[in-house]
Write a protein that binds this ligand. Structure first.
Ligand SMILES: *[C@@H]1O[C@H](CO)[C@@H](O)[C@H](O)[C@H]1NC(C)=O
Ligand SMILES: *[C@@H]1O[C@H](CO)[C@@H](O)[C@H](O)[C@H]1NC(C)=O
Ligand SMILES: *[C@@H]1O[C@H](CO)[C@@H](O)[C@H](O)[C@H]1NC(C)=O
Ligand SMILES: *[C@@H]1O[C@H](CO)[C@@H](O)[C@H](O)[C@H]1NC(C)=O
Ligand SMILES: *[C@@H]1O[C@H](CO)[C@@H](O)[C@H](O)[C@H]1NC(C)=O
Ligand SMILES: *[C@@H]1O[C@H](CO)[C@@H](O)[C@H](O)[C@H]1NC(C)=O
Ligand SMILES: *[C@@H]1O[C@H](CO)[C@@H](O)[C@H](O)[C@H]1NC(C)=O
Length: 324
């Protein structure tokens, strides 16, 4: 007992001596706020943190991060899905306006799980429709030097063929009888919910299909597994992403409380009362907190079933999970 007490005291003292947290050029935030717990939003921009960029599934940055400079925490706009009309260029207008306002936009993301149905958080688009929207909105942004990511399909088997169909359709739109042109892109974007082996194999498939392109993993986690397996998956995948040169960026899904998680309670970076879990702390480059995902709940001593509430815009997950 005495030993344990001494060890706990020692461990508690450690954080003040460890090296400062280094910013990670790769690591970012998938911003998924909950209206009932907006105070949690500050956690991701409180130092020390590794995070250097974020996206929110929208074209405009979060007012809550208005005071955080773009150079420290880069906002990456996303064109989520089909606009109200096929000739709509409001994404282009919105991003151009940011640039004119002096916001240094260097990267944008395109369609969120277009191969997945709305009910699962996908944007449910035909490749030919997505191609039209891309030509109107993305090509003009590329022409002013903004880097553009390929659409992020689910981790399911239809994802990669969808992206390939999309590129074929897109290239058709910009080609003429006299001149064949290809739609171009700057990086490949993927999602994954499942085991590390599955993730590595999925990345390998995309790397083979799109050689010499960098990759962003913009949503990933091990869904619905126990805490030990989820923590192990977190460590192994973060280490893998950090080691591989072709992985340009990654963002863990994620940044919400355990009791509203739709990837199972253990993948959440916040506990039920809004404290960083071990995974949450590690993601920010800090030592483990020892806080369990289900801590801080009125039901925290007992089993809490997977909540239904998380089925939101961000959903996406079930789309991927269904294929696992
Ligand atoms: C452009 O911004 C407006 C709000 O200013 C928003 O309603 C609209 O959805 C945005 N367009 C796109 C495609 O994100
Ligand atoms: C904008 O961001 C890019 C990439 O981070 C950087 O190389 C460039 O210097 C920045 N431009 C300005 C004007 O800050
Ligand atoms: C377009 O892409 C195809 C297939 O990837 C390739 O064979 C062709 O050379 C490319 N054409 C141009 C003009 O880049
Ligand atoms: C990819 O890059 C390597 C090294 O730069 C080069 O040797 C290879 O030809 C490239 N492959 C393609 C398909 O562009
Ligand atoms: C994950 O990594 C942290 C250090 O970053 C370590 O303390 C912890 O034991 C690891 N956990 C697992 C399950 O690998
Ligand atoms: C959440 O609960 C844990 C233990 O149950 C506690 O250590 C922590 O301080 C609480 N966090 C907040 C933000 O109240
Ligand atoms: C936000 O949190 C509340 C309270 O926990 C929950 O009932 C609701 O479902 C959450 N909303 C989303 C979109 O997760």
């Amino acid at each position: 007992m005495l030993h344990t007490t001494a060890l706990v005291a020692l461990l508690a003292a450690v954080p003040s001596f460890i090296a400062p947290v280094a910013a990670s050029p790769k690591r970012g935030l998938v911003f998924t706020p909950n209206e009932t717990t907006r105070a949690d939003d500050d956690i991701w921009v409180t130092k020390p943190t590794t995070l250097t960029w974020y996206y929110n599934y929208k074209s405009d940055p979060e007012p809550t991060y208005a005071d955080v400079p773009q150079s420290e925490f880069e906002f990456v706009p996303m064109l989520w899905g089909t606009p109200p009309t096929l000739d709509d260029t409001s994404f282009l207008t919105n991003v151009t306006r940011l640039v004119e306002q002096g916001v240094n936009i260097t990267n944008v993301l395109s369609f969120n799980e277009p191969d997945g149905p709305f009910a699962w958080g996908g944007s449910s688009m035909q490749p030919s429709v997505a191609a039209q929207v891309w030509v109107k909105n993305m090509i003009p942004l590329q022409e002013i030097g903004i880097r553009v990511g390929l659409p992020a399909c689910t981790g399911g088997p239809d994802g990669l063929p969808w992206v390939q169909d999309f590129l074929t359709e897109c290239s058709k739109l910009i080609s003429t009888d006299d001149e064949t042109r290809n739609c171009t892109y700057d990086f490949v974007t993927i999602h994954w919910y499942g085991s590390f082996d599955g993730l590595a194999s999925h990345m390998g498939q995309y790397a083979a299909a799109f050689p010499n392109k960098t990759m962003w993993i913009t949503e990933y986690n091990l869904a619905n597994e126990d805490l030990a397996a989820t923590q192990s998956f977190y460590n192994i995948s973060a280490d893998y992403f950090d080691r591989l040169d072709f992985v340009e960026r990654y963002s863990l899904f994620g940044a919400f409380r355990s009791d509203v998680s739709n990837v199972g309670p253990n993948g959440a970076m916040l506990s039920n009362n809004g404290s960083l879990t071990d995974i949450g702390a590690w993601y920010l480059g800090r030592p483990a907190t020892g806080i369990k995902p289900t801590d801080g709940s009125s039901e925290s001593s007992g089993f809490r079933s997977l909540p239904q509430a998380g089925l939101s815009v961000l959903g996406a997950l079930l789309a991927a999970a269904a294929f696992l």
